[in-house]
Design a protein around this ligand. Sequence first.
Ligand code: G6P
Length: 619
Amino acid sequence: MCGIVGYVGKRPCRDLLVAGLEKLEYRGYDSAGISLLEDGRIDTVRAVGNLANLRAAAGIEPDGDGAVAVAAPPATIGLAHTRWATHGRVTEENAHPHGDCSDAVHIVLNGIVENHSELRAELSEQGHVFSSETDAEIVAHLIERNYDGDLTEAVRRSFNELRGHYAFAAMHAEQPETLVAARQECPLIVGLGSDEAFIASAIPAFLAETRRALIIENGEIVTVTPEGASITDAAGNPVERDADQVEWDEDTAEKGGYATFMRKEIDEQPDSVAETIADRLPDRDRVDLSELEIVPEFIAGMRRIVIVACGTSYHAGLVGRYAIEQWARVPVEMDIASEYRYRDPVVGEDDLVIGITQSGETADTLAAMRLARERGAKVLALTNVMGSQATRDADAVLYTRAGLEIGVAATKTFTTQVAAMYLLGLWVAQHRGTIPDERLAELIAELKAIPHKIQETLDSVEDQVKAVARAEHEGRFFLYLGRNIGLPICLEGALKMKEISYIPSDAYAAGEMKHGPIALLDESTPVVCVATESPTLEKMLSNMEEVRARGADVIAIATEGSPRVAEASDLAIEIPRTDWVLQPIVAILPLQLLAYHVARMLGLNVDQPRNLAKTVTVE
Ligand code: G6P
């Protein structure tokens, strides 16, 4: 989830590029850089931290408060980037732009190159020398290898050698009037001005300069000059497309045309989950988490796993517990970090303690992880933020790759955490030999298909969810019931509902309903039942009958093609079929949307609910 800006035209572009990066600041980043081409030479400045650091490194001073602005160099073509680290630590060397061996090709990239290790090995063997740990640098060297005077052709050939989820832009020292960019899944837009053009990962980067935007689609390569842009497909065939006039104001543009960040982030989930699993499933029957720096012998011999977390991260841990126990047959204990840290836990050398925290800064989770480490346990941090405190306090780190989440209600960070827990479950099972190869291959195939199933669900359930929201948004209470792997989804659905709609909501293990909560039910209670395919579906169906017998409305989340769930409910919202352990990552989507639409119908600020703040990483 990085930010890309490129410019080619007649104006000095350094300050235009930095201004473009500033407009992408809302996306979050940990480092930034800029490359300018002038007189056949490319100069680069990169800096860790915020744009003030980049400005200082580039000798750009703020022009307010009596400070003297340094005149911009006359370069009229350049590339700039803000990085949210995925491969490689947060360092100046790993910040973009990246160059090839002779500094003739420079590139900026957003996303993940899945086959980076193969390509790096191949290019190294051919004599290419790398100066960063990133997957992105590969692209500069590939273009170098493929270049024979035509940058578009070199980018096209390189593009066809890459696998993954990315968009990148390139320039060449010999081509002072040409930028070439390519897109595979990650967004890429060209802004067309008069005698100038921009390339960007999001429209706000150039909105102050031009409103004519040309959207680049998957599998396309675009060549941009001051005169305009020409698109080809990956085979080199020309593609005709007209530019659109962007009518958005700046605020809407920041939200990519969405009314709220939360809704935008809900829709980012196919992408962020794909990025999280991409290169970690390199083969059909192997999970690669070698980044974890935990020796396989420890995994094979460990006694149990303890998961500690808060809030939504705790719910992701609960899903993870089912997956790990099911596949790896290791006992998993789960605790809320603020409880665990104060209960003098029995934990020690043969235990793996997993701290889940999207921010990597939640005090209770950090304290629980530290306590476990002091007592000799191996500690793994599962986090979304490189360089956060959790990464420094842990023996090993597994990153989710959700990018910055601005909405306070966690959505894409939850599904990426769940995806990472699935990876961990399979990886542990692989090392402990508890899963037959065929079964592992099946689950890997299912996991790879999850981003598409998330997309399918987001495309199909919205109208039904809106209808429920319309009918129920003035209600006084929501109850969520589930069993087994459906229960954490109910807990997370109820949390979303209460935190952004302020409607009291409770989630219960359906088998416990008869021990008290059943007293809450009457004709006015909407009961959301997560009734996806699972070994406890029969039991869940009986619980749904009990609810209906009390006159309450049953809204079921069902696996597609489950007529009995449809019969046992007033409304069944169907999600695509997948392995039952993987259903939660899809089942949560209608519940996120339900909370969202209820809150919007009540006129509430879903991005910043009352009394709540997002934990932020302190720089
Ligand atoms: C806050 C947020 C929640 C989040 C929790 C834990 O309460 O509002 O959305 O789940 O903190 O945060 P962490 O960064 O540790 O995952």
